[in-house]
Structures are given as C-alpha cells and as structure tokens.
Design a protein around this ligand. Sequence first.
Ligand code: BGC
Length: 769
Amino acid sequence: MPTTSIARDPASSPGASGVGVISEKEAVARADRLLAQMTLEEKVGQISQRFDIASLFPTGASAPPGMPAMTPLDDNVRKAELGSLLFVHEPAVANKYQKIAVEQTRLKIPLLLGYDVIWGMRTMFPVPIGGAASFDPAGVEQARAIAASEARALGIHWTFAPMVDIARDPRWGRIVEGAGEDPYLGAAMAAAQVRGFQGDHIGAAGHIVAGPKHFVGYGASVGGRDYDSAYLSDSELYNVYLPPFAAAINAGAGNIMSAYMDLNDVPASANKRLLTDILRGDLGFKGWVVTDASAVHNLVKQGFAADGADASVRAITAGVDMEMSTAPNAFSTLVASVRAGKVPMKRIDEAVRRVLMVKYRLGLFENPYVDAAAAERITSDPAHAMAAQVAAERSLVLLKNDGNALPLVAGAQKRVAVIGAMADSPGDTTLSLAFPQDAVKAVTVFKGISERLSGIATVETTPGVQLSRLVPSPLAMLLGPVTPWTPAQAADELKKAVGLAARSDVVILTLGEKIEMSSEQASRSDLALPGDQRKLLDAVLATGKPVIVVLMNGRPLDLTGVYDKVPAILEAWYPGSRGGTAVARALFGDVNPGGKTPVTWPRSVGQVPTYYARNLSHDPDGAGRRYWDAPSTPLIPFGFGLSYTSFTIAPPTVDKAELAPGGKVVVSTMVTNTGARAGDEVVQLYIHQRAGRQSRPIRLLQGFRRVTLAPGESQQVSFTLDEANVRYWNSIERGWVIDPGTFDAWIGNSSLADAHTSFIVSGAPRAAH
Ligand code: BGC
C-alpha cells in the first residue's frame, strides 16, 4: 500500500460543499421542472459541447495553423447554445463562462466543464499503463482521487477518463492510456479509477464525474492503426472488450464516451446496438453518453451519414446524449429535425434530463464558481507530489536482472553516466498540456540520479541520439518546433555519449520512445527502438563499461539487440512529475521494484497480436512453433516482473472441491520472501475451463494481490471464486452461460504460473447473469 494519504480539503469542491447528496429522485424532479420551461433550442443547446480552443494554449498564444480559431465561446454561451465546454482549466476562465451562463441566459443553467484528466491534473502520475503495471488498484484509485481534487479545484467537473479500452496490439499508440490486454486487470483498474475520480457518489466533495471511454472496441482497430475500423465477434466483445466498461459502470461512472471508429462497419457513435441495447440494456448504464470529439460531424466523413443533419438524427436516435465538437455543433440541426418529426421530443428530453441531473447532483446550480486561491493551494499540495513519487515507484517493472546487476550501491561508482534521448527530458518524463510550466520541472532520470548521488558521485548526462517521428505528432503544434540535428551533429553527439561512457564507471542508458510517440495518432508499423538507439547502445557497450537500461515508453517494444546484450532492464514507462526520483530510488535499492507487465511483449512486430489468453488449439504442444522463422512465444509474458528479493509461492489449495450453483470456492497459497530484502510480489490466480460449450482461453486471470513482505516473512493469500468467475458469453447460446466441469487453477507470479490445483463446477449447464 502506498504510504501517503491525502487529507480532503472541503474547499476543493466548492460546488458540492454545503449542498449535500441529492437523491436520484430529487435530481429527476428538479431536472423535469426545468425541462418543462425550456424551448427546443435551449434543450439542444444543453446537449451540445464545444472545445474552448483558447484553453488548449498558454494565455496569449495564437492558434497554430490547422487549428480552428481561438474565438472565445462567450456569445455561444450567452445564447444558450452550449451546455458544456471542454478544456477550460483556469479558475478565472471557468468563472467567466459560468457567470455568463448563470447571469446572462434566460434559464441561468450553469455549464458542465470537462477535461482530459488522464494521468494527473497538475501533479502528474505515471501514465495509465504504468499504473496498471503496479497491479495496485488502491494506489491507482488514490492517484485518480488526487487528480480529481486538483481538477475540481480548478473548476473542472468531469473527466474524459478512464480509458478502459483493452489493447492487444502494441502498434496502437493509445495502449499507453489503458490497462493493457487483460479484461480482469482492465476491469479492476477501470473500477478503481472511477472510484478515485468520482468518490462514492456523483457530487462527492473534491471529486469529478468519470467518463470511461471509448465505447467500444477502439483498441481493436485493424493493423493497430488509430481510427481504422475494428471487427469483433460477439464473443470477443462480451468476454474481452466489455468487462472493463461493465466494471466502470458498476462502480458508478456517470458518463460514457462513444468511440470514433466503425465497429463491424457501423460507427460506434451512431451504433444503436452498442449505445442502447448493450450499454443501457445489458450493462444497465444510467448516465449520459457524450461522443468523442466531432464524432457526429465525422459520421459524414465516415461515409455513413449524408450530412450533418442526418448524422445528428442517427447519433441521437442511436443513444448519444451529448455531442462533443471542435466546430459549431452538428446537433444544432436537431431543432429542425425534431420539428420535422425525425427525432421524437421524448428522446431529446431524455438526453437533456440526464445532463441537467448531473448538474444538479454536482451542486452547480447552488454554486457554479471556484475559488482561485484555493485552487492554487490545492494543486500545489506537496503531499500530491509525494503520492506521485510512490505511484511511480510502484509502477516500475524489473524486466531483467542477470547476476544481480541491480541494485547499484550508491557511491560505489564515482562517475555515473546517464545517457539517452529521454534521460534528461522533462517533457518525456511526463506531459501536461494544462501546466506546461510545471511539466518542465518534472524530475528526469538524470536529475533523480544526480540528487540521489549528490556529494558521493559525479553524474553527467548527454542525449547521444535525437528521436523523431516520420509523421509529425499532433502534439508538435502544442509542444513547439524542434530543430533536427544535421548528420555531422548526430555523429558528434554520438561521440560525446561514447566519451562520457568511457570516462564513467557505470552507464544508465535510457532507451525507448519520446512521449509524443505514444497516445492518439501515435501508431507504429514497427516496434523496434526508433532512431539510432541501438547504434548508441552498441557504441556504449563497446566501451566495456557496465550498462543498465531504463526503458521509457508507452508500449511493449521489440527489444531485439537490447534484451540479450545488457544484464538489467528497468521499465519506467512515463513515470510522472517525480519519475526520476522513483527510478533513482529503485536503481540504488532504496525501493524494490514490484510491478508486473500488464501486456505481453512480442519478440517482433510480426507476432502481433500476441496475448496470454489465447485458445489451446488442436495443437497445444506446438504453440511455441507456429512460425518456422522464429519462436512464437513472446519475449516477456503478461504478469511478469522481477524483484531484488526472491519469493516462493506454495502450491495452491482449494477449501472445497466443488463450486456449486450459487456457491464459492476459496483458492489459497502461502507466499514467502526467501531473500534478504523486503519486497513486493504480485500473486496471480489463473483459471481454465477444460471442456464446455465453447473453447475457452488456455488461462484467464481471475485474481491478483500485491503483497509486501519482509525478509523471511510469509503471508497467506486467498482468492474467492464464485459463478461470476467461471461464466462467459457463449456465441451459440448468445448469452452468459456456466458450463459445469473441471477447471484448472494456477497460482504464481506471472501468466506462466505453474503451481496447480483444480475444482469442479457442479450443476447443470445453465444461463448466468
Ligand atoms: C480523443 C478522446 C479525448 C478527446 C478530447 C479525442 O480526440 O479520442 O479520448 O477525450 O479527443 O480531448
């Protein structure tokens, strides 16, 4: 468990303080009273959300070419054309817009302000894939609670997060924003993040509404190419891609964002089966659905809708409640469409009611404003920075450590080189569009090591290589231009790095990708290290100095030419504001890495997609020989991560042999720290259905627990399984079922866990819920 806890400051939720919880019934009643007074135009305005483009850029900047104009939205708000804005994150701007809404519009309805609060607001935590690597839902919940408190203090009410898309293709750049490949881990992280953002109810002080995204299947885009179509069988949809959404909804998520891409040839943002039948019917979602940015306009570009009016009719009748748009909203056409009888007024009212209800529940009608002084105090709370450091430490994964190359002994090496393109780049340690002035102060790996070795060793840094994208990142226009090195400069920089390595006693080499190489519009056709990083590694290795690799990246990479050449690899992801401190503490043994990879690492891009929960096939023994040119096993299995200490995990036992209808089985083990240091182990439980009405994955994660043990200490770890753990969605029955029979259970510290037991699911084949 993280040791830092944060005290709640009531001022962090000015809108909610003093309002108390209002019941759903009361919110409906108040929303309906207001609805009865609204014109059709005002109703359509309530369900229209626009980008406040100016809020994307530092005050005073002008919009770069290609971006829509930065005209403030004052007039649109005054005319009640908008119910919500996104990207406002400065208290003064939030208060300005709220004042117009509540003082200058006929019905005085406050605005709902949304923002992408993804890995932090002002204090930056590890990216979500790093959070998932911690296998610590409580820690991730705390990180999101801190982000929520900072966001709420700035006037933000709602986040477009968590991203709960399952991602099994590391070419897809947005894998960094999620929890990886596994539905069980994904569901645990989804629920934890919703609880963290939202607290225990919508309107909880210091919290914001969570909007899990992107509903659904975005992570399955063909070829890993962002935005391309996805095709999913119903079995994959229900068994793999929907569970994190179901968990987020069960945790109370107030909002859902619909995805951009076509799913099975129907755009997700106008897909009635997804947005109404599955989301409302199967998952029981009660909140409001917002589209992804300009997804209604896009229905025309996608070759689906004839024009903006057609797109709006089809989106709203499919189940969208609010349109997010970068440009004037397509939804304004709904006024004419309702009058023409193309959309029932009932559907509009339902959408508006959902939006008004959340505004009531947040207490915005009582107090739409925020206090700028409180915002500054809350967002600069030093406890938040400490929590970010602990979260970063817990996200680290030790991928290799031959001969106990790590930890290093601080001071044993008098000259330490920290080399690599990300080594001293705050912008590649974390990214914050809202607080760029703080992000430049992020503790880089170089800075963290320098501080750790202050007075006991000389620490120097140099990049060695420059990394760039062939197709520029959309972030480039926000981050500003970078001058590419000339070939002569590149040669000089490489020489400089080799020189530094040669005069040092140890080299910490950061390898991986720049931050702009991950996330939206950041897909790759290859997973090898970009640029001249392998050349740099080889040149540094040629000096004969010991080399430790610290990876900084948002996706699994092809580690050919790296993995076999260095004794130790520490995965740091993009670790956040205090990332370098966390990395330094791990390198020098002040903390013991205990994270596990939440995604399988392929040996090469040709193996993609590869994930542990595959089916057995008729040739299970040949699974490692599917390709003739390379092994078909992955390089690093899901759930894997080393420690500076060693653990034993005893063979599992079950408390009874049978999981009867409505019953439970407890699978237990004893985990012991057999080494000389304190450390964390993530005990993992996998199960497998031997036979049934459908082939089921070779193994499926159904439990995990991260435990901290002192040297010699043991702890019993138990997992309770019930019918929810053995049910699955069957493609013949077209519903959830339970198949009786024998189930294997393995317990261990990765998806290769081999300590085995089994239990019987008894009763008749049955439907499950
Ligand atoms: C992304 C969403 C994001 C939205 C607003 C879109 O392009 O797909 O994830 O929430 O922009 O920033």
